[in-house]
Write a protein that binds this ligand. Sequence first.
Ligand code: MN
Length: 483
Amino acid sequence: MEPLLPDPKKDRMVNTVLPPPQYPLTHNLLFPENKRIGKQEVPDWNFLKDHLLKEGRIHKKDLIQIINDVTEIMKKEPNVLTVDEPAVIVGDIHGQYYDLVHLLDKAGDPSTLNYVFLGDYVDRGIYSMECLMLLFAIKLNYPGHCFLLRGNHECRGITEHFTFRAEVLEKFDIDVYELIMQCFDTMPLIAVVNQQYLCMHGGVSPHMKTIESVNDVNRFSEIPLEGLICDIVWADPIDDEIADKYEYADNPERACSVKYGLDPAKKLLDDNDLTLLVRAHQVQVQGYKMHYWEKPQSLPTVITIFSAPNYCDCYKNKAAVIKLEGENFSIKNYEEVPHPYHLPGGINLFQFSMPYLADKVLDMLFHILKKGDNIEQNDGYVMEEDDVDFNRLLAAIGPGNTNDAAVMKNKINAVSRMRRMYKNLKENHDILLQIKMVNDGRIPRGLLLDGKPAIRNAVKEFDLASQLDKENEKRPPHKHMNQ
Ligand SMILES: [Mn+2]
């Protein structure tokens, strides 16, 4: 067993959870002799999986070797892959390493099945690096059986805007980040599974005449702002009610690409002798959604699958994967599993404690200014402007004009509001952290002043989580487009 981080004081609060391994994995443990394919060193993915579950690290040079080897393999893959059954098709992962491991354990051993991942491995969840390390290690073991398609998050613009770039800089450095971005540029775009299922991250594009023609485009670059590759990773199915009325529509929720209706999806499938479009890209309460756009009893034209359960730790959604085995098509559901808790944005305990400290300081200020001595502070009671003895205050600051009084009143009002905010912040730290996480680090305006009931309601329902998260579905303004 590898040595664990020392615990000299023996004061771990939860001593059933072991400390993380003390050292990064040695090269020989990560790439054991017996795993070699010819002269090629291949990582022991099972060993790495367990090491990462314990929050262990690996050396930068070993990680670089893994990234470079995966890049070399994917570079040679066509834009459109052909995959046979038995196969598992997996939707968005988004840095949820513990859920990814759970899903792999349940859905089937990658040594016995083909795996097609539909992209969005990184961002949002804080274990994006671990997800990539494991998926890359599996890819190196089974290069012809594990396929990693590109999602809209596998690029510079998005990982910079969300959490992945910061995570790589925290865990490794900018060299590693740049290498991963170059690796993302080599990811294939589409997989045709079992000559029936058309798989990609987003979906159909008006620029996609035949599936075969997708092989003619040069995919080795940052994801473009528009056009075929942009649509493959960004497009969404059109709203159910109008899917048979429009071929394509604008996609304001994404601020780029299109929404596609029944006709273009059906035509693309028919022209290429395929039966179903399987795509990811949108969180679903049940982990999947069948888009029945014709008669209710007909087969769906499109299926959305999403494989990150309780997305962002607050959607309360299930995860799903599709399993194809001996002509059988089945959907498997997974619940979330526990993962180690980290404060969002990697903030430390000092930053975390600031609201408590500020609350105490403001409390003192109010006690100095309060009217008489009869206001007892009970739990949950927050003093307001009216509770402050302005006459005493004005007498104390000396004779002045009424402007002084107005200025002072405004200041006290501001302090009162601030105090109420801090009180809510303190009481609801955990819930607010969840809200901040979906809201990309920002607390929605007004929520703190509305207090506890509003905050609790805000995280209660999937719909509300989606509502709060809406802004994060959009493509952010870009600076990498001309690369
Ligand atoms: Mn996506």
